[in-house]
Design a protein around this ligand. Structure first.
Ligand code: SAM
Length: 450
C-alpha cells in the first residue's frame, strides 16, 4: 500500500504525490502479465544505452524519439497532441492516466502543458521504469507520479472526484469488467471533468476465430460495438459522448508497424532472442490482420461527467417526467376546471394512455401559470385560476403547479395540478441530492447525479 512512484525510489515519497491517499494495490488481473509488455522495459534501456544515455539526465525528446517503446499506443505522440487539444488541458489541471505503461503519455502530457499527471499501471515493472525515466527529465518529477494497481479493482485506492480529466490509451480492451471500470472512472473525475479513451471497437461481427485471437493473442477480451460502448458510458453517468472513428488510420498504422518489424529481425533477435522476436511478430501480424479484416475498428471517445448543477437538472427532469405515471399524483381540477373529455379522464385515471408529455414544469413564487401558458387551447372553463397555497399552516407559501397537456384525436386537454405529493417528493429529493457525497450508488448515477 501507499507506494507512489514519482521519481527515483529515493525521492518518490517526497515528490509528485498527488492529493489524497494513494495505495499500492495488489493486481487481481493477469491479462497483461508476463512478457506481453515487460520486454519493452529491457528494449527501452537497451535503446537508451545504444544512444549513450544509459544514465544521467534526459530530454523528453530522447524518450519520445524511441517511438513505440515510449508510447504503447497507435500514432505515438500525435495521439497525445490530440488528447491535449481535445480536452484543452491546462497547466493547473490534474490528469489521471489509466494504464500508463512505461509513462510515455503521462510525461508528454505534463511536459507539454505543465499539468499534474498520476499514471496508474497494472505492472510494477512498468511503473518502476516509468518513474525512473521520469526522474531523469528535469522538472517532470514534481508533476508526474505513478501508482501500481489494477484500476478496475476497488483495492486500487486513488483519490475520488479529484481529477479534471482522465485519459486512457489502448487499455480498456484488456479489462474484463467494463461496467465496473467505467463506474470507477466516473468516481475519480471531478463533476464536470472530461475524458478521452482510445480503444478497440467491433465494427462488423467478429468471427469466433477473430474473438479467439483477440482473447488469446492480444489479451483483449473486452471489445464491443461503438453503440454498446456509448450505452455503457451513459449507464456509468457520463454525458456529451463523442466518438471519432479511428479504424482507417489505425489499420494503416498497424500494418506499417507489422511490416517494419518483420522486415528487420536482426536487432530484436540480437537483443532479445528469436523466441521474443517470433512472439512479437505473431502479435503484430494478428493485429494487422484483425484491422484488415474490417470487423475490428478503433475509436477515440470523449465525454464528461456532468457538472453538479447540470446533474441535478438532469435528475429533476427525469423525476418530473416520470411523475405523471405515478398513482400518487393527485389530479385536482383547479378552480372550476372541467375535464371536457370523459374518455381522456378515464384513460388518465386507468393509466391506459401512453405517458403524457409534460409540457411544462414550474414552481413559481408568484403562483399560477405564466401568461404564455394561458393559451386559448386550454379547456379550463375560462375563469381566472385561483392561486392555491401549498402550505397548510396558514403561512404564506410557494404556489407550485404542474400543467399537463393531453392530446387525443379531436380534443386537447390541459390539467393543472397543485402541490402534489410528487412535487413535494421532488423538492425533497433535490434537496437531498444537493447533499449527496461523491461516490454515490450506481442507480443515482444513472440519472446523472454529480
Ligand atoms: C497498450 S498498453 C498502453 C500503455 C499506455 N497507455 C501507453 O499508451 O503508452 C496497455 C497498458 O494497460 C495496462 N493495464 C492493463 N490492465 C490494467 C488495469 N486493470 N489497470 C491498470 N493498468 C492496466 C497494461 O499493463 C499495459 O501497460
Amino acid at each position: 500500500m501507499g507506494e507512489t512512484r514519482g521519481t527515483s525510489r529515493a525521492s518518490a515519497e517526497r515528490t509528485a504525490r498527488p492529493r489524497g491517499n494513494m495505495k499500492r494495490a495488489l493486481s487481481t488481473s493477469s491479462f497483461t502479465r508476463g512478457t506481453m509488455y515487460n520486454w519493452r522495459v529491457k528494449a527501452m534501456m537497451n535503446a537508451l544505452e545504444k544512444a549513450g544515455k544509459a544514465t544521467g539526465p534526459l530530454q523528453l525528446a530522447d524518450l519520445t524519439a524511441l517511438g513505440h517503446l515510449d508510447q504503447y499506443h497507435y500514432l505515438g505522440t500525435q495521439a497525445c497532441d490530440h488528447v491535449i487539444e481535445l480536452l484543452g488541458i491546462q497547466a493547473d489541471a490534474s490528469v489521471l492516466d489509466i494504464g500508463s505503461g512505461i509513462g510515455g503519455p503521462a510525461r508528454y502530457l505534463s511536459a507539454n502543458t505543465g499539468c499534474q499527471v498520476v499514471g496508474v499501471e497494472l505492472q510494477a515493472e512498468l511503473t518502476d521504469a516509468g518513474a525512473e525515466l521520469t526522474a531523469r527529465v528535469e522538472g517532470l518529477a514534481e508533476r508526474v507520479a505513478f501508482v501500481t494497481g489494477d484500476f478496475s479493482s476497488d483495492a486500487c485506492a486513488l483519490p475520488q472526484s479529484q481529477f479534471d480529466h482522465f485519459v486512457s490509451l489502448l487499455v480498456f480492451l484488456h479489462i474484463p469488467d467494463r461496467a465496473k471500470l467505467l463506474s470507477r472512472c466516473f468516481d475519480h473525475l471531478k463533476p464536470g471533468g472530461s475524458f478521452v479513451i482510445e480503444d478497440f471497437v467491433e465494427r462488423g461481427e467478429l468471427t469466433p476465430a477473430e474473438r479467439a485471437t483477440l482473447t488469446d493473442t492480444v489479451k483483449a477480451p473486452t471489445v464491443s460495438s461503438t453503440q454498446a460502448y456509448v450505452a455503457q458510458l451513459h449507464e456509468a453517468g457520463f454525458v456529451d459522448i463523442e466518438v471519432t472513428d479511428m479504424s482507417g488510420v489505425w489499420q494503416a498504422w498497424t500494418k506499417a508497424r507489422h511490416e517494419l518489424f518483420a522486415s528487420d529481425p536482426s536487432a530484436t533477435v540480437a537483443l532479445h532472442g528469436q523466441a521474443l522476436f517470433d512472439e512479437r511478430r505473431a502479435f503484430y501480424r494478428a493485429i494487422d490482420e484483425l484491422f484488415a479484416g474490417g470487423n475490428l475498428g478503433g475509436a477515440r471517445i470523449s465525454g464528461r461527467r456532468p457538472g453538479a448543477r447540470e446533474a441535478l437538472l438532469r435528475r429533476g427532469r427525469l423525476l418530473s417526467s416520470a411523475a405523471p405515471t405515478k398513482p400518487s399524483v393527485q389530479v385536482v381540477e383547479g378552480s372550476g376546471g372541467t375535464m371536457q373529455h370523459a374518455a381522456a379522464a378515464a384513460a388518465v385515471a386507468g393509466g391506459a394512455a401512453a405517458p403524457p408529455a409534460v409540457a411544462s414544469y414550474e414552481a413559481s413564487a408568484a403562483g399560477g401559470v405564466s401568461a404564455s401558458q394561458r393559451s386559448p387551447a386550454q379547456v379550463f372553463d375560462g375563469a381566472a385560476q385561483k392561486s392555491l397555497p401549498w402550505r397548510t399552516d396558514g403561512a404564506a407559501g410557494m404556489h407550485d403547479s404542474l400543467q399537463y397537456h393531453f392530446f387525443f384525436p379531436g380534443v386537447f386537454v390541459a390539467l393543472r395540478v397543485f402541490h402534489t405529493v410528487t412535487l413535494t417528493l421532488t423538492r425533497t429529493s433535490l434537496r437531498r441530492a444537493a447533499r449527496l457525497p461523491h461516490g454515490e450508488p450506481a442507480e443515482r448515477r444513472r440519472v446523472g447525479l454529480p
